[in-house]
Design a protein around this ligand. Structure first.
Ligand SMILES: [Zn+2]
Length: 135
C-alpha cells in the first residue's frame, strides 16, 4: 500500500493534466491546446507507469456539460455585481451572450478537464497496468 503522503496531490495533478495513476507524466500529446484540432490528442499509454489513456468513446461529454453549466454560474457571480441583472431590460440577454462567448473560448480547456476528471474517476492512484478503459 502507498502511504498517502507519498502521493502527489490529486487536484494540482488534475489541473496540470498529469497521469491519473502516477501523476508524473502528462496525459495529452500537446502541452498547449493549440492546434485546436489536436487539443484532445492523448498518449496511448503513460510513459512512466504504462497506464492506458486512450478511450475511443467520448466519456467526458456528460462531465463537459456539467463544467459548462458551472462556468455559466461562475460568470453569473461576477457579471451580476459588475453589470447588474434585471428582467426589465436586456441585461439577462447580454449576460447569456457574454457567458456563451467565454464558454466557447474556454471549451478546449473544459473538454480537456472533463477528460481528466473522467480519467481520475476511473483510474485511481497506483493503478498502473490495470486496463480500466478499453478502446
Ligand atoms: Zn502514469
Amino acid at each position: 500500500m502507498e502511504t498517502p503522503s507519498k502521493r502527489p496531490s490529486m487536484l494540482p495533478a488534475m489541473m496540470t493534466m498529469k497521469c491519473p495513476s502516477c501523476r508524473k507524466s502528462t496525459v495529452f500529446v500537446n502541452k498547449s491546446v493549440f492546434p485546436l484540432g489536436k487539443c484532445l490528442a492523448m498518449k496511448d499509454e503513460c510513459e512512466v507507469c504504462g497506464q492506458k489513456m486512450k478511450s475511443e468513446s467520448n466519456n467526458g461529454g456528460g462531465i463537459n456539460y456539467a463544467l459548462t453549466m458551472i462556468l455559466f454560474f461562475l460568470n453569473l457571480c461576477w457579471y451580476w455585481p459588475v453589470f447588474g441583472l434585471s428582467y426589465k431590460d436586456n441585461s439577462v440577454l447580454y449576460y447569456l451572450v457574454t457567458s456563451t462567448i467565454i464558454v466557447l473560448i474556454a471549451q478546449p480547456y473544459l473538454m480537456r478537464l472533463s477528460r481528466m476528471i473522467y480519467l481520475y474517476l476511473y483510474v485511481g492512484f497506483g493503478n498502473s497496468r490495470r486496463v480500466i478503459i478499453e478502446d
